[in-house]
Design a protein around this ligand. Structure first.
Ligand SMILES: Cc1cc2nc3c(=O)[nH]c(=O)nc-3n(C[C@H](O)[C@H](O)[C@H](O)COP(=O)(O)OP(=O)(O)OC[C@H]3O[C@@H](n4cnc5c(N)ncnc54)[C@H](O)[C@@H]3O)c2cc1C
Length: 306
């Protein structure tokens, strides 16, 4: 009986390079806002959304697990990195106007750029998005939101590439969008169609600026972090609970509960995922002890332990 011989990394990289740029053993701390994470076996940046179905089918045929990453602004990658292929759509970021009140954005489009484009065109509905540093694909998966609004309120449908390499168009009511979550089928968001409303351009720009100013004052945006670490429990704020439980300023190595916003964990330089998770666990235990509330993580943890 002949035994299957594992393909060499270079041969795999060659097979994947048909679809875009391939990096081998790429440190994920370069691709996450936390600046934390060990290497991905292969990081592939497809040259266009048209390449994505073929890339997914090829990865499946090679038996490689696939992870999709947007801007890595809601993700903690463990120190051992990620086995298989990580796909980032950073080269797929085109915005197209569809009729008067709709915009189509590719999955890798920075959400703030989409918000800026909408306000430039005098389209209202995305003022909340200007300071959310992820991509459109990440925003769909997380149902990103702020200032009392979220993506579910303006999304019409998406095109999704499935692991088998098919492309499905799914209307918003098939995505199970809820508070910072979705039930998106496995796959990669290639495009999202947003339905907006023509409005007063000056008012839209003013509101967007007000949201940005508020963020600059209340969030530690200059120190690496992954946004709100825990989800707000129903009817309350995680930040209030963490603050009043006395956790602000707690640390583990370079990971610290921000002294500016208690629901942010910041990385002062060389924090590891182990340190972040240990700190988060201490915070969870303390909040449970003081308030009887068990906090749920909003940040997604992926990858292998070191
Ligand atoms: C300073 C700061 C402020 C923030 N403020 C907010 C806020 O106000 N409101 C808010 O909701 N969030 C906020 N966040 C969190 C984060 O920006 C959002 O959750 C954002 O939507 C994540 O997008 P991303 O591209 O970075 O996703 P990633 O972190 O890269 O990925 C998140 C999830 O989306 C999936 N994903 C990414 N792209 C695709 C794709 N194309 N197809 C399928 N799945 C995909 C990933 O697999 C993963 O499961 C903040 C983060 C930071 C750092």
């Amino acid at each position: 009986m002949t035994q299957a011989v594992p393909l060499k990394m270079e041969s795999v990289a060659e097979a994947l390079a048909i679809f875009g740029r391939v990096l081998i053993d790429e440190p994920m701390n370069r691709h996450t806002s936390f600046r934390i994470g060990g290497p991905a076996d292969y990081l592939v940046v497809p040259s266009s959304t048209r390449q994505v179905p073929g890339l997914l089918a090829t990865a499946r045929n090679l038996g490689l697990p696939v992870t999709v990453l947007g801007n890595g602004t809601n993700t903690l990658v463990r120190d051992g990195g990620i086995r298989g292929v990580v796909i980032r759509l950073s080269a797929c970021a085109t915005i197209t106007r569809l009729g008067v009140e709709s915009l189509v954005a590719e999955g890798g489009t920075p959400f703030p750029r989409l918000a800026r484009e909408a306000s430039r065109l005098g389209l209202t509905g995305l003022e909340f998005a200007a300071g959310i540093p992820g991509t459109v694909g990440g925003a769909v998966t997380m149902n990103a939101g702020a200032h009392g609004a979220d993506l579910a309120g303006v999304l019409e449908c998406i095109d999704l590439a499935t692991p088998a390499g098919d492309v499905l168009t799914l209307p918003v009511d098939r995505l199970g969008l809820a508070y910072r979550s979705s039930t998106l089928p496995d796959g990669i968001v290639l495009n999202a169609v947003f339905h907006l409303t023509l409005g007063d351009r000056e008012r839209i720009l003013r509101e967007t600026q007000r949201n940005m100013d508020l963020r600059g004052r209340t969030q530690p945006i200059l120190t690496p972090n992954a946004g709100s670490f825990f989800k707000n429990p129903s009817g309350d704020f995680a930040a209030r609970l963490i603050d009043e439980a006395g956790c602000k300023g707690w640390d583990e190595g370079d990971a610290e509960v921000s002294t500016l916003h208690a629901n942010f964990i910041v990385n002062h330089g060389r924090a590891s995922s182990v340190q972040v998770l240990a700190l988060a666990e201490r915070v969870r235990e303390q909040v449970a002890k003081v308030f009887g509330v068990v906090l749920e993580m909003e940040v997604k943890t992926i990858g292998s332990p070191a």
